[in-house]
Write a protein that binds this ligand. Sequence first.
Ligand SMILES: Cc1cc2nc3c(=O)[nH]c(=O)nc-3n(C[C@H](O)[C@H](O)[C@H](O)COP(=O)(O)OP(=O)(O)OC[C@H]3O[C@@H](n4cnc5c(N)ncnc54)[C@H](O)[C@@H]3O)c2cc1C
Length: 471
Amino acid sequence: MATVVMTGGGVVGLITAMLLGQDGHEVTVLERDAAPPPSPLEAWSAWERRGVNQFRLGHFFMPRFREVVEQELPEVLKALEDAGGYRFNPLALAPSELTGGWRAGDERFEAITGRRPVFEAVIAACAERSPRVTVRRGDAAVGLTPGPSTSRDVPHAAGVRTDKGEELPADLVVDATGRRSPLPQWLTDMGAAPPHEELEDSGFFYYGRHFQSSDGQVPPALGPLAQSYGSVTILTLPCDNGTWAIVIVSSAKDKELRGLRDVDRWTSAVRSFPLVAHWTEGQPLENEIVTMSKIEDRYRRFAVDGRPVATGVVAVADSWSCTNPSLGRGVSIGTLHALALRDVVRQTDLGDPLSFSSAFDSATQDRVEPWYRMTLHYDRHRLAEIEAEIKGEHYDPADPEWELTQCLQHAGGRDPDCFRAGLAVNFVLSTPDEVLAQPGLVDKVMACGSDWRNAPSLGLNREQLTALVAG
Ligand SMILES: Cc1cc2nc3c(=O)[nH]c(=O)nc-3n(C[C@H](O)[C@H](O)[C@H](O)COP(=O)(O)OP(=O)(O)OC[C@H]3O[C@@H](n4cnc5c(N)ncnc54)[C@H](O)[C@@H]3O)c2cc1C
């Protein structure tokens, strides 16, 4: 069995550690933030997590996360439930005119979700209890220790250096230090070629607030979790213990909406959209509107021209690639990546580092990268659509993939098969290619969704919204 050192003990890092630990590997997780996880309910107000900027912004944990955790780490699912995680399935809640009634297989659409600090505290407590997983909080990694290379021009990492000057040897180093990962610098310091990197500011601005009900219930959903209204998208995200988050997403360039930082204007804006207005009827959990911007989309590939840039070290989840979060997929994509790593460790000899790195690169490309690309594709179009709306222009990019995405989302409100197909894609359960391969589905999507441009908007138009936000 291998000795694994992980850098970064965030939500996906800890899941990766548990997956490897239960296969018999000895896993040490170095987490820079010193504060230990408090009890899940104290985590919301008391857990200091400077290492994760988005820690207190609204999160939704997709059904794909639930599916992997239920299959691979059932004790984590149980602990999330015990901590008040909200289990729900839109197929069970939506009217039967929309769903066509319950069908075999609809269980896959079930989510368990909660506030990020609460869920991370639960996952952290499970990791602490996991045999063969040791989490060292307050220990930052500062670099890799080089070891004997098995291949010319490909440096090998044989462990990690900490900020206390300690050197931890490892058969495999797994970097999970998140979206600001220093791994490329560590690789350069070791003499490795730089990884391939694509980087851009996602261009979105997030204005969010959490609420809690007095009776432990979350408001009923009158539409999808993410609803697009011209130049804004509004997210309504159910969470644990009768809490929820509302997030307004705009373009970061949209200065006319900066007034949404003001609690009263933000509240008036949300209340002006009839399908989401009732979500403001709860006790706010923050005194202010929590904002975030300058969130980068970053893709990294650690093999260039078919050769790994280094061996003995891999990156998972956000450290590998991260996208704009308005589709709420980061944790699910990261969890799929953790699973891919677990499988490659099972199937490939770590004693042959070059083959191992190449196999993990292939698994990442085959099983995880398509989700990154799809998410990026959607974000780019949605941002361009928002910016066209701000200029009062019509957005028509003549991109068949965007056209089909829009048709699918629209058709979901009219046909039960299209409803399930749209949810499967949104929930990271099936790729568009997989759902559209169902016999007859493309025709149905086109028949039910191709008039999506004529759908009436059920909210304020741009002029009304900017006037309201201007006060
Ligand atoms: C605004 C926002 C909203 C989001 N909403 C959602 C959502 O609704 N649903 C969803 O699925 N995803 C969402 N995401 C994405 C999700 O937060 C990430 O995908 C997820 O946190 C990735 O987990 P991770 O373990 O890879 O990294 P992180 O959770 O970022 O953890 C990285 C860890 O590494 C530690 N670290 C950093 N440097 C070092 C070092 N040198 N040594 C040791 N430790 C170090 C940090 O302290 C941190 O604990 C959102 C992201 C943002 C920005």
